[in-house]
Design a protein around this ligand. Structure first.
Ligand SMILES: CC(C)(COP(=O)(O)OP(=O)(O)OC[C@H]1O[C@@H](n2cnc3c(N)ncnc32)[C@H](O)[C@@H]1OP(=O)(O)O)[C@@H](O)C(=O)NCCC(=O)NCCS
Length: 276
């Protein structure tokens, strides 16, 4: 079985594979929905492996953001085909596609993923913590929320990422169910996910403002939420946990190649490990 898996060809996926790919991220209990997969399959380069019956058993996506920077994500191998080198071959295919286009690649790794990417040459950068809140504990005093400004979000995102995601942020902000919200000194994007609403990116002038914004968002929605907080903001993380959020898992941001531009600020939370 192992030998035959190593010979299964790597193929390029398209929009027709959205359901098969969604089945893989659902099996891994990830939060991506079909809109996320449609985005990867239409805007990115998604590689996959099918078994002998034509069933999709693994994926990896390269999402070029600019002419110099790309994100790798959706590295998934169905449970009973793991530890046979499939993920390594798929990430190699992404890296080769990136190399041909002259792209530096980034990703946010789960602990299992980091075991695959480290040996391939990815170097760690910042750490993230994925937190979940089932429901806001009790009504807390919250600042008023107003509709955020997309141009400001894009500008702030560039200073945090070091590159421009103006093709990505408007698409996500424009989805049904998405909200771009701000207070006087903080802003955040909120979108639908398979099991929970996702908050991020979050930009703020200080930890208290970031926390107040997130508190106001969850109080206004009354559903389960996920957030991928940047670990360096210890006060923000502590505040989330005091408000009832629990850490689900760490993510390690990693980069292959040189950063083309220095970042000027750390966001309080990122857009999600699949998008950076
Ligand atoms: C992480 C994942 C993609 C790895 O897929 P895979 O096809 O099993 O990976 P590979 O066979 O290419 O592994 C290559 C090497 O990485 C390391 N590795 C992979 N998975 C590991 C694990 N769970 N624990 C420890 N080491 C691991 C091993 O050194 C392995 O080589 P070996 O099997 O010869 O010891 C798969 O476990 C998965 O889909 N997990 C759930 C989703 C996920 O976490 N994806 C990563 C997102 S960043």
């Amino acid at each position: 079985m192992g030998a035959t898996d190593a010979q299964l060809p790597i193929i390029r996926l398209d929009g027709r594979d959205a359901l098969g790919a969604f089945a893989l991220s659902t099996e891994a209990r990830w939060n991506q929905n079909e809109a996320d997969w449609q985005f990867f399959l239409t805007r990115g380069v998604v590689f996959g492996v099918r078994d002998h019956d034509g069933r999709l058993i693994a994926t990896a996506a390269l999402l070029p953001y600019t002419e110099s920077e790309a994100w790798i994500s959706m590295v998934l191998v169905t449970e009973n085909r793991r530890r046979r080198g499939v993920a390594t071959r798929l990430v190699d295919a992404c890296l080769e596609a990136a190399r041909r286009r002259g792209l530096t690649t980034w990703l946010d790794a789960t602990p299992a993923g980091a075991m695959v990417y480290g040996p391939l040459g990815f170097a760690p950068t910042i750490e993230l913590r994925r937190l979940r809140l089932e429901r806001a504990a009790s009504p807390a005093p919250c600042p008023a929320l107003v509709e955020g400004n997309l141009g400001e979000l894009i500008t702030r995102d560039i200073s945090a990422m070091g590159f421009d995601r103006r093709d990505f942020l408007p698409e996500v902000a424009g989805r049904p169910g998405s909200r771009l919200l701000s207070t006087r000194d903080a802003m955040a994007l909120v979108r639908d996910g398979r099991t929970a609403r996702h908050i991020g990116p979050v930009f703020a002038d200080n930890p208290d403002s970031a926390l107040a914004l997130v508190t106001a968002i969850v109080a206004s929605e009354g559903e389960a939420h996920l957030i991928d907080a940047v670990a360096i903001h210890a006060g923000f993380l502590d505040g989330l946990m005091r408000a009832g959020w629990t850490i689900e898992r760490p993510f390690q941001r990693m980069r292959f190649g040189n950063a083309s531009q220095a970042t000027l600020e750390h966001p309080f939370a990122v857009a999600g490990p699949e998008f950076g």
